[in-house]
Design a protein around this ligand. Structure first.
Ligand code: 13P
Length: 275
């Protein structure tokens, strides 16, 4: 069932847990996410990458993901992830998206504030997530990446107040894609941010993070954990493994079923850590 961003995060926070947010480039991935979420009775989010929304098929992807979310037996919110383009944001809002990640993290600080505040004003019931500091790494690639500008706890409270965002993505040593070196998350910084900020915090770049780190982050106020790279990796490995048998009998549906199960296995393992 479709659920609002804020409701979903509030419920997770009250439960001392986090929502798993998984990037879905297609319906097959979303079906795998739902399969795992239903098996665990856990709420989840589908993340839509800006790049996939920009493709010709992107206009069909959003309604398709909303339909999968609505049909699920667990609460699901669909979020447009890391977007800077106002026109794309407005299009997604008009299309019924549940939340937007208004990523002004590469803008000068004052522009990040005005960008997010403007998205917040236009978003109505849809949730708005913002980023302070900058989480390095591309969302659709997997290059080894080092941490970017870390979130300044002293700026976090004023940023949230000025933007009205519903969720804050923290940069505490986490990166998108592969970690260039073993991740070393800055726990003192996360605790200091949590002290300044009353809204839920999100942890991006969870692929490759040890489970103990993810659990520690939740204990320090993280209510949403984003995963992409590990899903893409498993999807492609499964596709390759299933291809010879599928090709022999032209069994496209078998190939898809294998990918759904493979995605579900990754998601289930993550959801177990988030509870
Ligand atoms: P990973 O690709 O590192 O899992 O990060 C996903 C993410 O944070 C999407 O916003």
């Amino acid at each position: 069932m479709l659920t609002s961003f804020r409701e979903l995060l509030d419920e997770r926070r009250a439960a001392g847990a986090a929502a798993g947010a998984f990037t879905c480039y297609d319906v097959t991935t979303a079906l795998g996410v739902v399969q795992a979420a239903e098996a665990r009775t856990a709420p989840v989010m589908f993340l839509v990458a800006e790049a996939s929304l920009r493709r010709p098929s992107g206009r069909l992807l959003l309604p398709a993901l909303l339909a999968v979310a609505d049909a699920a037996r667990v609460p699901v919110c669909v979020q447009l992830d890391h977007v800077t383009d106002d026109a794309l944001i407005d299009e997604a809002l008009a299309g019924g998206i549940g939340a937007v990640m208004a990523d002004g993290s590469k803008l000068p600080a004052v522009d990040n504030v005005s960008f997010v505040a403007s998205v917040r004003r236009r978003s109505g019931v849809a949730g708005v997530e913002a980023e302070l500091g900058h989480i390095e790494g591309g969302e659709d690639v997997a290059a080894a990446t080092e941490a970017g500008a870390l979130t300044d706890p002293r700026a976090a409270g004023a940023f949230v107040a000025a933007t009205g965002c519903d969720c804050l993505a923290v940069s505490i040593g986490n990166v998108h894609g592969r970690y260039a070196a073993p991740p070393q998350l800055d726990w003192e910084r996360l605790a200091a941010i949590r002290d300044q900020v009353k809204i839920p915090l999100s942890l991006h770049g969870a692929s490759g993070l040890p489970d103990t780190d993810v659990r520690h982050a939740i204990a320090l106020g993280v209510c949403k954990v984003n995963v992409n790279t590990e899903l893409r990796e498993r999807y492609l490995v499964e596709l390759e493994a299933g291809l010879p048998a599928a090709r022999d009998g032209l069994k496209l549906l078998d190939l898809e079923a294998g990918v759904v199960d493979a995605v579900a296995a990754v998601v289930a393992a993550k959801l177990d850590v988030l509870e």
